[in-house]
Design a protein. Sequence first.
Length: 262
Amino acid sequence: MSNPPTFHLTRGEAPLIVSFPHSGTYVPPEIAARLTPVALDLPDTDWLVPKLYPFLHAMGASIIEATHSRYVVDLNRPPDDKELYAGQKKTGLVPMDTFKGLALYRDGETPTGEEIAARRKYWQPYHDALAQELSRLKAIHGAIILWDAHSIASELPTLFEGRLPDLNLGTFDNKACDKDIAETTFAAAQTTGFNAVLNARFKGGHITRHYGDRKKGINAIQLEMAQAIYMDEGPPFTYRPDKAAKVTTAIRTMIAAAMDAL
């Protein structure tokens, strides 16, 4: 049985593309055989995030969604594995431990530098497709929104203190997004009933920083959500429709505000 494609792309015609780089769960068998039991639960997945965005097709958005787990390769890290958050715990291009610090690989099975370099074959196709779609939409509209969609456990002492705010918007300190668009989106977030921050702990990963360029009309916004607001954070990572409906409304409100400000 062959591996699935590394991503799925749906093209739209609106000046909006939504990226889901960490919602994939597929791990090739030759890699899965080397993982620890904890790793096989894929605890650091952005669980079920695409399910929170059912309105995208009606909006005419382009959608790109990863199929492979971030444990295979992290699509939101630079290919040279350069550190994104100086002085804080690094989560690499090919992760070696969970966000809680538990080993991903069995003894003696840790990837070598050569293997890490080879794993870029899983990284490159997503980024080639994303870059091409950004170029296509920008040629049509001149200015566009790139929305990078994420979620994470609400409490991870190795990464941040205390409980994470519900909605964490990042625009790389407005280098990746027009300031007015960023502030309008943040203002909308503050009306949703969830607590929200802008450019705090999560300022945006590689996708936001690399592709976002306010001067060129590519306005990149990362949304990192606390998973507790829409799901059970422990295995089996159950989706909670009772909570999720409010989250979907909040996301739609923020994206609509960003589009109106474009």
